[in-house]
Unconditional design. Structure first.
Length: 114
C-alpha cells in the first residue's frame, strides 16, 4: 500500500522559515507527479506547488519566490521549503502523489503568527 506521511509543520513568526517533509512508502515508489496543497480554516483546499516528472516545477502565485518544492530520490522524500512566511500561509499542508490515482497524506499544521 502506498503511503505519504508529512512532517515539519509548527508555529513560526512571520518572516520565518519552515521545511515540510513528505515521506514516501514504499521507498522508491515512482509517482508521475507530486504536489503540496493546503487548506485554511473555512476555505477550500488549494494548490501550492507541484513537481512533474521529477524536474518541472509549478507554484501558486501566492507562494512564488518564497516556497521551493524538491524531492530527494535517495531518501524517497518530497520537501517544501517555505521562506518569508506570512500569516496568510497558515493552513494544514498536504502532500499528494499522482500515479493513475491520487494518494494523500494526513496533513501537517503550519501556523504563522504576526
Amino acid at each position: 500500500q502506498v503511503r505519504l506521511v508529512e512532517s515539519g509543520g509548527g508555529l513560526v513568526q512571520a518572516g520565518g522559515s519552515l521545511r515540510l517533509s513528505c515521506a514516501i512508502s514504499p521507498r522508491g515508489f515512482a509517482f508521475s507527479a507530486m504536489a503540496w496543497y493546503r487548506q485554511a480554516p473555512a476555505k477550500e483546499r488549494e494548490f501550492v506547488a507541484g513537481l512533474y516528472a521529477g524536474v518541472q516545477t509549478k507554484y501558486a502565485d501566492s507562494v512564488k519566490g518564497r516556497f521551493t518544492i524538491s524531492r530527494d530520490n535517495t531518501k524517497s522524500v518530497l520537501y517544501l521549503q517555505m521562506d518569508s512566511l506570512k500569516p496568510e500561509d497558515t493552513a494544514v499542508y498536504y502532500c499528494m502523489g499522482a500515479s493513475g490515482y491520487n494518494t494523500w497524506g494526513q496533513g501537517t499544521q503550519v501556523t504563522v503568527s504576526s
